[in-house]
Design a protein around this ligand. Sequence first.
Ligand SMILES: Cc1ncc(COP(=O)(O)O)c(C=O)c1O
Length: 429
Amino acid sequence: MDTEHGILFSDEYQKSLKEQFYYADEDPVHGPRLFFENSGGSLRLKKAVEAKCAVEQFPDCPERVRGRGLELQAYVKNGTKEILEVVFGASGGALLTELSASQSMYQAVGAIMENVKWGTNAVTSSLEHPSAHDAVEYYCGKTGREFRVVPANKTTGGIDPDEVMKYVDKDTCLLSIMAASNISGNIMDIKEIARRAKEVNPDIYIVSDAVQHAPHAVIDVEDWDVDVANFAPYKFFGIRGCGYAYVSDRVARMPHHKLIHKDADVWSLGTPAPADFAAMMAVIDYVCAIGEQFSDASDRRSLYIEGMNRIHLQERALLFRMLEGTSEVPGLRHIDRVEVYVDMEDLTCKDLIIAMGIKGIEYSECVQRYLDHGVTVFERLSSSMYSKRIVEALGIEGAIRVSPLHCNSTEDIDRFLSITKEIAESVSR
Ligand SMILES: Cc1ncc(COP(=O)(O)O)c(C=O)c1O
């Protein structure tokens, strides 16, 4: 099957998926809109919000051994198992739960860099979100190691394995490279990066921020051969207020913040939140249900992989349409004044995140114009500490980030393109 330009869900199936999300086509107060800002927080799956709400209604302590408390505990137990096995693809290791993905990143990087006694440097990339970049910088400062930053490929918007290898040596204790960029949408070749880094230093710890990749494609910590990966449910059809990270067996057993008498590899500290796990299990159910449409597999991981791969193909098809357009409406690549930053022909290296600009309109002004047309997008500017290093690394001054979701229709994309054309034409008038 030719998947170069993706494969669309049938219209009927796409509609049935969109119906499972809250406010996909309108805001209850602001009215109809195209929500193309899923990278800042994705559309919420109704079942995830309902599960959170339903479970949250019970006061019982989830650490009890009987009655409702025991039932609540099951969400934590099953949720932990499913997040590790089904989402991360891990057969071992431990789950680190925090209030945000950033916190989970700091905890994991801190544990590694404070416990590992060898190694004089640690490496990350210029494209990382501040939570991953700064965690490495902070712990380099704290542990007296040299902090090294791999520059981005300004043409592709990615991080080249060859470039990474210029910074990694036998004294590198930790290498942190994101799975996909939250600004350019580039998917990094983590597997190849990890493989090559381990050729130089077999003991190196590899960390991958998978926050922006998780809602678009499969995470496989064992195939990637990484020690740490994390994601945020609120960017993954779920809820705000929690962040999860996988840590490998060798990291799980390192001394870390935990109650002294708990097992060495326990990373939960304090009473867990069953409702958060219930919400995440609803997200996993949703992805597996997509998998069931296309596969006869019966185990959850296989169904999840199939579901995620189908989501990925639908998104690639939407991305291709966004860039190339149709005979009715030109794509972003063909609209005068529109620039797609770090654009590349090969869409197999991209998640559904586009960085663009319209010549002659300042980014914030442009985002406002989109909003006036009922489209929510977001500007990444060098004046923001969240974006400055990243947009500079890509050689641009800023970008409008456009991030639809797999449940969007081709009509949604075409509407966005018509509005873009209208905004671009208004500049020359
Ligand atoms: C790539 C990436 N990593 C990490 C984070 C941080 O997630 P959180 O806000 O849950 O800490 C974000 C948030 O935008 C992100 O895009």
